[in-house]
Ligand binder design. Sequence first.
Ligand code: ZN
Length: 158
Amino acid sequence: MRCDELEPLIEAIADGTIEPSPEDRAHVSSCPTCSARLAAARRIEEWLSAREMAQPAATFTAAVMARIGDETWKTERVVDIGFNLFIAAGVLVFIAFGAGLAWSLGFLTVTLDTEQLLRAVFAQVEGRVISQLQTTAIAAVVLTMALALWWWAEEAAD
Ligand SMILES: [Zn+2]
């Protein structure tokens, strides 16, 4: 048994948390460093146990718990408001994309002539639909990732 092996155990031996092994005892009694450490630790232990423990006020626990509950409620409310705003923004983005797509294809023209509509669709479907779908798909992926992240954050907070 070397001194550095015994050193982390000195405090626990001093306060009685662990019982020293016969080898520990033998080493402490033959080693001036370790016996001095143990004596110092015992003095500190005695001094600490002689001190009066400060008692918290009777209302302390209740006050802390009430404060925590209050903080949690505020945080959840902010999260809920943020979530609702986020959903609203997402819905608006999709409506805007849908409207843009419809407008670019001629769906929103005042005269909803079927032939004209079909011509417009066939004439423009390739370029515009693809570019709009790409943009919408990217927005959908970003929104899904954000929602997943939000869900994860809420799960982690619980
Ligand atoms: Zn020693």
